[in-house]
Design a protein around this ligand. Structure first.
Ligand code: FAD
Length: 419
């Protein structure tokens, strides 16, 4: 038995076998023969989505070519391709993804399975760009679904945590290739929160980071650019050093956070979009994220910071605040309208459960729903209460996988209503 762990190190599993098929036919035979299966992308999820004592399938060896569709607005991508490899291949053909998140290491299938998103008031998650899926179902059959071919399976699959089958190829909406200019600057947190609507409306992408014990936010603004090819990254070794010091002496965190924030200087750079979106994330952390109705977002962040300070929680990572457009995906936490997305991180080597419980209470009270891949404590009753289409999603799950081949302990608990 080989052991497997996720990116942050908080989920460790010992699957009976790790299978790395090279072809769809091989993938289909593995799925058909297995009793329990989970599929893994690159293991960047914080929740135990890929934990299994059955067969863990990776599509890392099934990469293949992308195929531009005749409409030149969509492409078929191998599901196991990393976002980085996909966006490079797109750029070479004159296309970009409509939006991207913080990193580009994830498999495109892994990112779509959990509703991974970037920031942008009018831009939805990567799942909203998925136009069709080619999938291997529990019995090994290969199907394609979209808005007209088995639309229920398509709707259910758009955010589905690998619980319905294994995607082998995904048809994704793309944009003509574009460049972005990034501006980084510091601003007082109150000023940013009070003017958030104008800021978000004034730029293609805006987000900010704020340490819980600092009063200055670090703004990251991206707008379309005509030219530029300087993708020099901004995060460096100082931050890792800071985390290591704060781990050894958590009581120093407030002072360090003020020093760190004060040391940040303004900068700009411009380059092809896919080289500007991702940052290096070398320092491992654990993360929770809630999607909160847009109007309630600023107050939810203020309340969370207040709680962290009141309880003197030793948090040494910043909050991250982004906007995401509303969508119509059954199991998407963005399906009730425009959201702000607030992430709460902790250095992986420091305790996080107590602080996450406190902040989760604040975000839930603000009407938030969690990012499925990041730490949360929802149970099946919560899922039914919070997601009006959950039972319909559960019916599709039961139809395509009646024995629960694709469910692990975490998903059985989360989706007990569908068993
Ligand atoms: C450093 C870091 C930065 C991040 N930044 C962002 C961000 O900016 N925005 C954001 O929203 N999230 C972000 N995330 C979360 C991340 O995007 C999600 O956890 C995503 O699901 C990870 O993709 P993965 O390829 O690692 O998938 P995994 O974690 O390996 O798997 C995730 C899910 O996808 C399923 N899956 C994988 N491949 C397939 C397939 N072929 N068919 C069916 N199901 C499949 C798995 O079964 C599992 O349920 C970040 C995470 C980290 C660690």
């Amino acid at each position: 038995m080989e052991s497997w762990r996720n990116w942050s190190g908080s989920v460790v599993a010992t699957p009976a076998r790790i299978a790395v098929p090279k072809t769809e036919a091989e993938l289909s035979a593995i799925v058909a023969a297995a009793e329990n299966v989970r599929v893994v992308g690159t293991g960047h999820s914080f929740m135990p989505l890929c934990e299994t004592d059955g067969v863990l399938i990776s599509l890392a060896d099934m990469s293949g070519e992308i195929e531009v569709c005749p409409d030149r607005e969509t492409v078929w991508s191998p599901a196991g391709l990393s976002i980085g490899a996909l966006t490079q291949a797109l750029w070479a053909r004159g296309f970009s993804l409509l939006n991207q998140g913080d990193i580009d290491k994830q498999a495109i299938a892994g990112a779509i399975a959990t509703g991974t998103h970037g920031t942008g008031r009018t831009l939805g998650s990567l799942s909203t760009a998925a136009r069709a899926f080619r999938m291997v179902l529990a019995d090994g059959s290969v199907v394609e679904c979209d808005a007209t071919r088995d639309p229920d399976l398509y709707e259910a699959q758009r955010v589905s945590l690998g619980a319905l089958g294994v995607m082998s190829r995904i048809k994704i909406a793309v944009a003509p290739a574009y460049r972005l200019r990034e501006t980084i600057r510091r601003a007082p947190l109150d000023e940013v929160l009070n003017g958030w609507d104008q800021l978000a409306a004034g730029h293609r992408h805006v987000e900010f980071f704020v340490f819980p014990y600092a009063d200055q936010a670090l703004l990251k603004i991206l707008d379309l650019a005509q030219e530029g090819d300087d993708p020099t990254p901004t995060e460096g070794g100082t931050y890792k050093l800071f985390c290591d010091i704060a781990t050894a002496a958590p009581f120093l965190a407030p002072t360090l956070q003020r020093i760190m924030t004060g040391a940040i200087t303004s900068s700009t750079r411009a380059a092809p979009a896919h080289r500007i979106f991702p940052s290096e994330r070398d320092t491992r952390f654990e993360e929770m994220e809630y999607e909160i109705p847009a109007a309630a977002g600023p107050d939810a962040l203020r309340a969370a910071i207040k709680e962290v300070r009141r309880r003197r929680l030793p948090i040494i990572f910043p909050f991250e605040f982004r906007t995401v457009a509303g969508d119509d995906i059954w199991m998407s936490p963005m399906n009730a309208g425009p959201c702000v997305s607030i992430s709460f991180h902790q250095y992986a080597r420091m305790p996080w459960r107590e602080a996450f419980a406190v902040v989760e209470g604040v975000f839930a009270a603000a009407g938030g729903r969690p990012h499925w891949a990041k730490r949360h404590t929802l149970n099946a009753d919560d899922v039914v209460r919070l997601f009006p289409m959950a039972k319909r999603w559960g019916e599709v799950r039961k139809r395509v996988d009646p024995t629960g081949k694709f469910l692990n302990a975490h998903l059985r608990q989360l989706f007990a209503f569908s068993i």
